[in-house]
Design a protein around this ligand. Structure first.
Ligand code: TRP
Length: 377
């Protein structure tokens, strides 16, 4: 399997992802477990054909996912939990784990709790107003609904609106975590504002909210990018002391932006495809993408390109080409110079635009539905 490389130093925190990402090293440093072939074959046994994001190792690491599969095997329930820190439009990189969450829900029937952390981005971004993050929260909900989540299986928590229901659990979590732990796990500084220092307790709450709502003490499984793992580290340490089950997780890589290296980030809008982009925006962004091509077509025809470093290829791999045979073909055709970057860009532009046209239609339709997804506490 080929993944992007980059030369800078690696930094991965819930608020910053930079440099050459070494995923093996992250597993070691964070102390998570690799998603082994054995686990994948168990999934295949229960769920049938594996999702492309599993076959291609976009999801690559976990904590206690084996225990969740044990529960599934015995017909015992669990719930799903994931979320989004809204401060701008959703881009395609955000959709990948949500699409995967939908797959898990379809296969297991588990209920989903989705946390819109409009408080988080207000606290962590200097220039962002609270009204803005809240507004983006509702906007971003449309993208989630557009992916097909059903209101009866999905509760969206809006932190600011729902805080009264979350607050008792947040307090119980916060009291168990010392500043010295929080500092070591999150890298807080003297200049970090107080709200931010308390905030990780709020992201822990949905791990336990199902129990509060229903009295059913069952674990959550959290599909999320691996940069969110520090939250669950502290949550797992205290869960049982509070009488809850430890949250399990399944971690994905970062979907790269269209620029050189790193993850897709809304702070570099020209390198990420937003779900509200027009076909012209998409064409322009894909056209300017960083690829594994050679300086001239002539040279590329002769010596071939390098899908290993190509952002376009990553998009086929993670989101826009389901067929493994076609991926293998593309890899060979690129390496042997049979296909050049202009060809791939044209194919990807067409696929992204086809997907977005449909997504935007569903997104518009979702506007009337949002309230049905609110947490009913
Ligand atoms: N902190 C996440 C972000 O910045 C949002 C979030 C809250 C989340 N709860 C989550 C993400 C659970 C994944 C899983 O986007």
């Amino acid at each position: 399997m080929r993944h992007l490389v980059d030369e800078e130093e690696m930094i991965v925190t819930p608020w910053e992802v930079r440099g050459k990402i070494d995923y093996e090293k992250l597993i070691r440093e964070f102390g998570t477990q690799p998603l082994t072939d054995e686990l994948l074959s168990r999934m295949k046994k229960y769920f049938g054909e594996l999702h492309a994001q599993l076959r291609r190792k976009l999801f690559f690491s976990h904590r206690d996912f084996d225990l969740i599969l044990d529960r599934f095997e015995k017909g015992q329930k669990f719930v799903l939990y994931t979320g989004r820190g809204p401060s701008g439009p959703v881009h395609i990189g955000h959709l990948a784990p949500w699409i995967f969450t939908k797959y898990l829900q379809d296969k297991t029937g588990a209920k989903l709790y989705f946390q819109m952390t409009d408080d988080e981005k207000f606290l962590t971004e200097d220039e962002t107003a609270l009204e803005e993050t809240t507004q983006w929260g509702y906007e971003n909900t449309l993208d989630l609904i557009a992916l097909g989540f059903k209101p009866e299986d999905t509760s969206i928590i809006f932190d600011v609106k729902d805080i009264a229901f979350l607050y008792d659990i947040a307090l119980k979590v916060a009291k168990r975590v010392t500043y010295s732990t929080a500092k070591a796990v999150f890298g807080f500084q003297d200049s970090t504002n107080l709200g931010w220092i308390f905030w990780p307790a709020v992201q822990a709450v949905p791990c336990f909210i199902h129990t509060k709502l229903t009295g059913e003490n069952i674990p959550v499984l959290i599909p999320a990018a691996i940069d969110q793992d520090p939250y669950w580290r502290i949550t797992r340490d205290i869960a049982q002391k509070l009488g809850y089950q430890k949250p399990a997780q399944i971690h994905c890589r970062f979907v790269p932006g269209l620029g050189k290296g790193g993850k897709m980030s809304a702070s570099e809008p020209e390198t990420c495809i937003f779900t509200i982009d027009t076909p012209e925006d998409v064409k322009k962004k894909v056209w300017n993408a960083f690829t594994g091509g050679k300086p001239t077509v002539k040279e590329q025809r002769k010596t071939g390109g390098d899908p290993y470093i190509c952002t376009i290829f990553q998009y086929f791999l993670y989101l826009f080409e389901e067929d493994d045979k076609k991926i293998a073909e593309l890899d060979t055709q690129c390496r042997t110079g049979q296909i050049i970057c202009g060809d791939c860009k044209a194919i990807l532009t067409e696929r992204v635009n086809k997907f977005l046209k449909e997504h935007q239609r569903k997104r518009r339709k979702a506007k009337e539905e949002v309230k049905k997804y609110f947490l009913k506490a």
